[in-house]
Design a protein around this ligand. Structure first.
Ligand code: EPZ
Length: 418
């Protein structure tokens, strides 16, 4: 077990580089199963979710190599279609592997990924879409068992623009017989990134980023070398931390367009934001002004993965805010921890009602999930006094070198083993 010890109150100054997007690299790793050639993923983030996905690929018989911050996957010897229960539970996004494993083996077996600390996380849309492509699906003893003689292209209408379901179905359809149309598809930048990767491997995918994706099945895919997009959620997390602590922070290798909804809110908070090619500079030297309302929505709306972080910012703004979480049922588990730090925030159903206070007081708090944990770290950095953040393995799932980057900006944060 490890924890952070943080002495709050320092302003943040300096420049950091943003990692490649976790939520791009995970489906891209699943895509490597679709070819016997090597796929090289450049600048892969050094995070637990990626390591766990690599472990699952190894269990399937793939050779996974790490080389100077890149990951190389060789699936030519992949010979197993069962994703082990323990790993499936540890990593929800293992469900993305269904599409590519079925495409390769015409069968797949995966333990139900189950819910987690932000909600039920069903996979009904994944399974309904796979059935449209000809997959027979049984569920027994907590396992999903898929069989399919031949994947056949079809039209699929998603009841909601699920990111994972969109990606899973893209992976299943790229080598299916005929064309597939996915309607009401998710529009996230990571979907476009997956399309770019698949086309780089010889697939024929178009329309990612719009609500309709068209996939013409091809017989074979080949290897490639690929640089994923920057992690817009990591970038947003650091921008919000800078807004909370004050100072002037420059992010390198970011795509401002992918977090325009956040930039709009931070400007409303009174932060100065400068854009220059793949850099974003945020400057703030005063107590932020509250934004009246923030609602999480599928892209291009405000991202649910920045909801905890922006709520922490709202807690020390001048004024009141209402934050509404529209995507996940229980994504406010970090709120009682913020209250330990002096926040005035009340959660009723999917709404958090915030009255801004002057500043947080240091406290010992517990991370319950990835993004909630990151929000607590930002609150501790902005707080008066000393804090401890426990259960930081949640944070390690999605942020590589988190404390190093924060320390390089002047944050007083150390990792302690307990
Ligand atoms: C992806 O999760 C991301 N994870 C999540 O990021 C992100 O919060 C989420 O998309 C929304 O943007 C990865 O990409 C690895 P969804 P995913 O399917 O695919 C419902 C992080 O912090 N739904 O778009 O699981 C679901 O209950 C993580 O990096 C169904 O009802 O999200 C939710 O209400 C957390 N049935 C909504 O759709 C289904 O079959 C959005 O879920 C699938 C989803």
């Amino acid at each position: 077990m490890e924890k952070y010890i943080i002495n709050g109150g320092n302003k943040l100054y300096g420049s950091i580089e943003i990692q490649s997007a976790k939520n791009s690299v995970l489906p891209i790793l699943a895509a490597t199963v679709l070819t016997d050639d090597k796929v090289k993923i450049l600048n892969a983030p050094n995070i637990t979710d990626v390591k766990n996905m690599a472990k699952i690929l190894s269990k399937l018989g793939c050779d996974v190599m790490y080389e100077n911050g890149n990951i190389i996957v060789d699936s030519s010897r992949a010979d197993c279609y069962e994703i082990p229960r323990q790993l499936a539970h540890e990593l929800r996004s293992s469900v993305f592997l269904l599409g590519s494993v079925i495409s390769r083996f015409h069968t797949a077996k995966i333990a139900y990924p189950g819910g987690c600390d932000i909600g039920l996380r069903p996979v009904d849309l994944h399974l309904a879409g796979l059935k449209r492509l000809g997959v027979e699906i049984d569920e027994e003893k907590g396992y999903i068992i898929c069989k399919c003689e031949k994947l056949k292209g079809n039209e699929i209408m998603l009841d909601c623009p699920s990111v994972g379901a969109t990606e899973n179905l893209m992976l299943a359809a790229v080598k299916a017989e005929g064309a597939t149309v996915i309607k009401n598809a998710a529009r996230e930048p990571e979907i476009e990134d997956l399309q770019r990767l698949l086309n780089c491997m010889g697939a024929k995918v178009r329309g990612a980023g719009s609500g309709t994706i068209v996939i013409e099945g091809v017989r074979e895919l080949h290897g490639c070398e690929f640089l994923p997009i920057p992690d817009r959620i990591e970038a947003g997390t650091f921008l919000i931390a800078a807004a909370m602590c004050g100072g002037e922070v420059e992010l390198n290798r970011v795509c401002a367009e992918n977090i325009s909804s956040l930039l709009h809110k931070l400007r409303e908070n009174g932060c100065k934001i400068y854009l220059n090619n793949d850099k974003i500079i945020l400057e703030n030297h005063k107590r932020p002004t509250s934004v009246k309302s923030i609602e999480t929505q599928p892209y291009p709306g405000f991202p649910t993965d920045l909801q905890a972080q922006i709520t922490a910012l709202c807690c020390i703004c001048r004024g009141q805010s209402i934050i509404t979480e529209n995507l996940f049922e229980t994504r406010f588990k970090y709120v009682p921890e913020l209250r330990k730090m002096g926040a005035d925030v009340t959660v009723i159903n999917r709404n958090a009602f915030v009255r801004g206070v002057e500043r947080f007081n240091g406290a010992t708090v517990i991370a319950h999930d990835l993004r909630g944990g990151a929000a607590l770290v930002s609150a501790a950095l902005a707080a008066e006094g000393r804090s401890e953040v426990l259960n930081i393995s949640h944070i390690d799932r999605g942020y590589g070198s988190f404390e190093y980057k924060l320390r390089s900006l002047g944050g007083d944060i150390v990792r302690i083993s307990i």
